[in-house]
Design a protein around this ligand. Structure first.
Ligand code: ADP
Ligand code: MG
Ligand code: MG
Length: 882
C-alpha cells in the first residue's frame, strides 16, 4: 500500500485511505477540473504515526521529498528557492468530514529569503508579506500550540497605530513590522525561533496535522457523531493558489443548493482579496455569492456550471471551496454538504423528482435523528416581539434562554438545568461543548458558512450569526435601536433567537410546536411503502394520541394509566383509595375513580379510532401517590410544638404517617408494584379493566372501531400472568355481559410487558397466557445490568461512558449484546409456543435508530416511541429494511 498518492492517481472511491478531502481532490483532478496539483499522505500513515508514539514513520520524509520534487516540476517552482519559491498548503482531511475540527497550514515554504523572492516573482511585496505573516501565525498556532490571541493582539495594535480598519489596507511595511513581532511571540511562547528551513517546516507541519486528529475539539466531535478513533486523518499537500493577491482575487465557499432551506439555488459567500480561512473563520463578514455575478460574471458562470456538474457527478448536494487568483478559478475542495433536516428532506424529495436518486436512496440520505430539527419549535407569532436586531438565519428553530457569553458557562448553567443562549462574537471550534449545551447560538460576526453555523446545523441547534448590530463587551451585549435607544443584555438576562428568520429578541417568547411539511409527508409516505416494522406511539392523553396519529402512529404501544391518577384533581380520591382502612372504604373511592378513568379511555379510543390501543394497568408502587414521608415527619414535629393544633388534626396526620410508613419500601423499584400490586389488591385492576371496557362499549356504540389491548406490567413468572389474565377476562365479560353486548363484538388482547429478565428467559411459559409481548426496555435494561436508573445517570454511568468502559448509555442505545440477547431469545421462545404472538418495544429505545435496526432484525412487529419521534422511527424503520 503506498504511503503517498498523488491527486492524479487517486479517486473518490479511495476515501478510507485518502480521507474525504484527498479522495475528492483526486476525483476532481481526474475529471479535468482546475485543482492545484498536490498529493495525499494516507490515513494508514496516521495510524502508524500514533502506533509509533507520535513519530513520522521511518522513510516517510524521503518519499515526501520525492513527491515534492514532482510538485515542483508541475509548478516550475522550487520549494525553498529564493527566486521561484513553491508554496504549499498542508491540510488535514479525515474519512468522515469533520468541518474545521482539525488543522491546516497555508503558505508553507516562506522564510526570510523566499518571501523576498515571492515579492519579486509576483511584483507584489504587500501580498508576499501578508502570506508570510499568515504562515507564522498558523504555524505558531498549529505546530507550537500558541493561542491565536497572542497574534491577534499584535494585529490589533498595528491597526491602531496605523489608524487603519481593514487588514486589506495594511501596506507591506506594516506586515514586515508585524512579522517581527510574530517571530518574537513564537520565540517567547515556543522557546525556539520560527524555522527558516522549509523542509523542517514541512516535517513539523505534517506531524502537527496528524496530531490534530487528537485535539480536544476533534475528539469531542467524534464522540458526538460516533466516528471511530482509529479512522485517522490523511494529510494533503497542495500547491498554493492565492486569493489575496489583489482586487482580481478572492476566495469563497459555495453550496450547490441552499443548505438551510434546501432551495435549488447556488448558495455561498466569498471575500475579495482574501485567503482561505478568512471566509469560514468569521473574521470579516463575507459577501453573498449572488454578488459575484456582477463582480466577476465569467467566474460566476464557471462556478455555476461546475457546481451543477459536481452535483450530478456525486448525485448529492456539494459544499465547494474555491479561490480566484488573478481572474482564474481554482477548486480546493468538494464534499457532500452538511444541511439542516429541512434542506435534507427538500433536496432528497426534489432529487427523486429530477430522476437523480430513487425513493430508497432519498430515505437513506436522511439522518433520522436529525429530523428532530424539523419537528422544531417556532415563535408563536400572535404576540408582539421586542426585536433587537436581525442577523443571518443560519440554522432553523427558535430558542429562548438566559444569555451567556462563553462556552464553559453555557455548559455549567445547562448542567444546572437552566436553558441558555450562547452569545459570542464568533465561535471557534473550541466552543463546541457550549454549542451543545445551549438552546441556541448567536454570533455577531461570521457568515452562514462560519464554524458556528456549520456546527449548529449539524447538531440541529437554532443559530443566528453575523449579527453585527450586536456589540459584545465582556459579559453583556448592547444594541443601538433605530430610535437611538441602546438596549443592553447582560449575562443571565432572557433573550430569544429565531434561526429561521435571523431575529434576535429581547426577553422570553412563547414557542409553537411544529407540523409536518408537504415534502416530509411525501418522504414519510415512501418510507411507509418500504418498511415492514410498524410504528406505534407511547401516549397517555387524548392530545398526545392525536398528535402522534398526525405524525403517522399506527397505534398506541404504551398508555400509562398512572399519569391519569396523578392529575391534581384526582390525587385526593386516589389517596383516599390508598389510605382506606376497610374494603368498603376502598370500594367507595374506586367507584369515584371509575368514571374518571372511563372518560380518559374514551378520549384516547376516540383519538385512535380504528387503531390498537395498548393500555398498561397501574405500574408504580402506591406510595408514589402519597405525600413524602420525610415531609410528613417534619410536619408532625412542627405540630407537636404548636399547642394551637386541634387534636383531630393531629390524629389525622398521625394516621396518614402510619399508613405512609407501612407502604414505605426500601427498594420500591423492586417492591410491590406492577402485577404484584394487581395480585395483592385486585380491586384496583378490576376497576381499571371495568373502566376500559365501559369506555370501549361507549365508543363502539358511537360507531367507532375500538381495539383495546390490556397489558400487565412487571410479570416475571407465568403464574402471575395466568391469574391476571383470569381477572381481566372475568371483569371484561362481566362488563360486556351486563351491558348486553356479545363479548365478541369488542375483540381485545391480553399481553404483558417483558421487563424482568426472568420473564424473557421463561418467555415460552409466559407466552402460553399472552397474546402479545411488549419489551419494556427501560426496566429490562435496569434489571439486566443491575443499574438503578435514578442513581446511574450523572454518576457512575456517566463515568463509564466518558472513559469508554461502555460504548453508550444503555438507557439511550439498546445494549444488543446483553439486553438485546434476552429480547431475541424471548421472541424466539414466545413464537415457538404461539406463532401469532405479536411483539413490540415500548421503552425509550423505540425512537433510537440503531435500536430500531435491531428490533427490525429480531423480527419485532412494532416499535413504540414518543409522538415527536414517530416520523424519526418511520424513516429509521424504512432504512432498516433497505
Ligand atoms: P478545513 O478542513 O478546516 O476547511 P482546509 O484544508 O480545507 O481546512 O483549508 C482551510 C482553508 O484554506 C480553506 O478555505 C481552503 O480553501 C484554503 N486552502 C487550502 N489549501 C489551499 C491552497 N492550496 N491554496 C489556497 N487556499 C487553500
Ligand atoms: Mg475545507
Ligand atoms: Mg417498567
Amino acid at each position: 500500500m503506498p504511503n503517498i498518492v498523488s491527486f492524479q492517481q487517486g479517486n473518490a472511491a479511495m476515501k478510507q485511505l485518502l480521507g474525504g478531502k484527498g479522495a475528492n481532490l483526486a476525483e476532481m483532478t481526474r475529471a479535468g477540473l482546475p485543482v492545484p496539483p498536490g498529493f495525499t499522505i494516507t490515513t494508514e500513515v496516521c495510524r502508524r504515526f500514533y502506533d509509533g508514539g507520535g513519530q513520522l514513520p521511518a522513510g516517510l520524509m524521503e518519499e515526501l521529498n520525492q513527491s515534492m520534487r514532482e510538485l515542483e516540476a508541475a509548478k516550475q517552482q522550487r520549494f525553498g528557492d529564493p527566486m521561484q519559491p513553491l508554496l504549499v498548503s498542508v491540510r488535514s482531511g479525515s474519512v468522515t468530514s469533520m468541518p474545521g475540527m482539525m488543522d491546516t497550514i497555508l503558505n508553507l515554504g516562506l522564510n526570510d529569503e523566499t518571501v523576498k523572492g515571492l515579492a519579486v516573482m509576483t511584483g507584489n511585496a504587500r501580498f508576499a508579506y501578508d502570506c508570510y505573516r499568515r504562515l507564522i501565525q498558523m504555524f505558531g498556532n498549529v505546530v507550537f500550540d500558541i493561542e491565536s490571541h497572542h497574534f491577534e493582539l499584535g494585529l490589533r495594535r498595528l491597526k491602531r497605530k496605523l489608524r487603519l480598519e481593514q487588514d486589506s489596507e495594511i501596506p507591506a511595511e506594516g506586515w514586515i513590522e508585524l512579522i517581527a513581532s510574530y517571530k518574537a511571540v513564537i520565540a517567547k511562547e515556543a522557546g525556539r525561533p520560527f524555522p527558516q528551513s522549509v523542509s523542517e517546516q514541512l516535517e513539523l507541519a505534517v506531524a502537527a496535522v496528524f496530531r490534530s486528529w487528537n485535539n480536544h475539539r476533534a475528539q469531542f466531535y467524534r464522540r458526538l457523531h460516533h466516528i471511530p478513533d482509529e479512522q485517522g486523518t490523511a494529510v494533503n499537500i497542495q500547491a498554493m493558489v492565492f486569493g489575496n493577491m489583489g482586487g482580481d482575487c478572492g476566495t469563497g465557499v459555495l453550496f450547490t443548493r441552499n443548505p438551510s432551506t434546501g432551495e435549488d439555488v447556488l448558495y455561498g459567500e466569498y471575500l475579495m482579496n482574501a485567503q482561505g480561512e478568512d471566509v469560514v473563520a468569521g473574521v470579516r463578514t463575507p459577501v453573498p455569492i449572488a454578488k459575484l455575478k456582477a463582480e466577476m460574471p465569467d467566474i460566476y458562470e464557471q462556478l455555476f456550471q461546475t457546481a451543477k456538474a459536481l452535483e450530478l457527478h456525486y448525485r448529492d448536494m456539494q459544499d465547494i471551496e474555491f479561490t480566484v487568483e488573478q481572474g482564474k478559478l481554482y477548486l480546493l475542495q468538494t464534499r457532500s454538504g452538511k444541511r439542516t433536516a429541512q434542506a435534507a428532506v427538500k433536496i432528497a424529495v426534489e432529487q427523486v423528482k429530477e430522476g437523480l436518486i430513487s425513493h430508497g436512496e432519498a430515505i437513506l440520505r436522511i439522518e433520522p435523528f436529525h429530523l428532530d430539527q424539523l419537528l422544531h419549535r417556532a415563535i408563536d407569532t400572535d404576540r408582539p416581539l421586542d426585536v433587537l436586531a436581525t442577523g443571518l438565519p443560519a440554522s432553523p428553530g427558535a430558542a429562548t434562554g438566559l444569555a451567556v457569553f462563553d462556552a464553559d458557562t453555557a455548559e455549567a448553567w445547562a448542567r444546572e438545568g437552566r436553558k441558555v443562549i450562547l452569545v459570542r462574537s464568533e465561535t471557534t471550534p473550541e466552543d463546541i461543548h457550549g454549542v451543545l449545551a445551549a438552546e441556541g447560538v448567536l454570533t455577531s460576526r461570521g457568515g452562514m458558512t462560519s464554524h458556528a453555523a456549520v456546527v449548529a446545523r449539524g447538531m440541529g441547534k437554532p443559530c443566528v450569526c453575523g449579527c453585527d448590530a450586536v456589540g459584545i463587551e465582556g459579559r453583556e451585549f448592547s444594541v443601538k435601536l433605530s430610535d437611538g435607544r441602546t438596549v443592553t443584555i447582560s449575562e443571565g438576562d432572557q433573550v430569544s433567537i429565531d434561526g429561521a428568520s435571523g431575529r434576535v429578541i429581547r426577553g422570553a417568547v412563547s414557542l409553537r410546536e411544529p407540523v409536518l411539511t408537504a415534502e416530509l409527508s411525501e418522504l414519510l409516505a415512501w418510507a411507509d411503502e418500504i418498511r415492514t416494522l410498524q410504528v406505534y406511539t407511547n401516549a397517555d392523553t387524548p392530545e398526545d394520541a392525536a398528535k402522534a396519529r398526525h405524525f403517522g402512529a399506527e397505534g398506541i404501544g404504551l398508555c400509562r394509566t398512572e399519569h391519569m391518577f396523578m392529575q391534581a384533581a384526582r390525587v385526593p380520591v386516589v389517596q383516599s383509595m390508598i389510605l382506606a382502612e376497610t374494603a368498603d372504604e376502598r370500594a367507595k373511592a374506586l367507584q369515584q375513580l371509575l368514571p374518571m378513568q372511563q372518560e380518559d379511555f374514551e378520549g384516547i379510543f376516540r383519538a385512535m379510532d380504528g387503531l390498537p390501543v395498548t393500555i398498561r394497568l397501574l405500574d408504580p408502587p402506591l406510595h408514589e401517590f402519597l405525600p413524602n414521608l420525610e415531609q410528613l415527619v417534619l410536619q408532625q414535629e412542627r405540630m407537636s410544638h404548636n399547642p394551637a393544633v386541634e387534636p383531630e388534626q393531629r390524629a389525622k396526620l398521625d394516621s396518614l404517617l402510619r399508613k405512609v410508613r407501612t407502604l414505605h419500601e426500601m427498594n420500591p423499584m423492586l417492591g410491590t408494584r406492577g402485577c404484584r400490586l394487581g395480585l395483592v389488591l385486585p380491586d384496583i385492576y378490576e376497576m381499571q379493566v371495568e373502566a376500559i371496557f365501559r369506555a370501549a362499549v361507549q365508543c363502539k356504540q358511537a360507531g367507532m372501531d375500538v381495539r383495546p389491548d390490556i397489558m400487565i406490567p412487571l410479570v416475571g413468572h407465568a403464574n402471575e400472568l395466568k391469574r391476571m389474565r383470569e381477572l381481566v377476562v372475568r371483569t371484561a365479560s362481566e362488563v360486556l355481559g351486563k351491558l348486553n353486548h356479545a363479548a365478541d363484538c369488542i375483540s381485545y388482547q391480553i399481553g404483558t410487558m417483558i421487563e424482568v429478565p426472568r420473564a424473557a428467559i421463561t418467555a415460552g411459559q409466559i407466552a402460553q397466557h399472552a397474546d402479545f409481548f411488549s419489551f419494556g426496555t427501560n426496566d429490562l435494561t435496569q434489571m439486566t445490568f443491575g443499574y438503578s436508573r435514578d442513581d446511574a445517570e450523572g454518576k457512575f454511568l456517566t463515568h463509564y461512558v466518558e472513559t469508554e468502559l461502555l460504548p453508550n448509555n444503555p438507557f439511550q442505545v439498546l445494549d444488543q449484546d446483553g439486553v438485546g440477547q434476552l429480547m431475541e431469545w424471548a421472541v424466539e421462545r414466545g413464537k415457538t409456543v404461539k406463532p401469532l404472538l405479536k411483539t413490540g418495544i415500548c421503552g425509550e429505545h423505540g425512537g433510537d435508530k440503531p435500536s430500531i435496526f435491531f428490533c427490525h432484525a429480531i423480527g419485532l412487529d412494532y416499535v413504540s416511541c414518543s409522538p415527536y419521534r414517530v416520523p424519526v422511527a418511520r424513516i429509521a424503520a424504512a432504512q432498516a429494511q433497505l
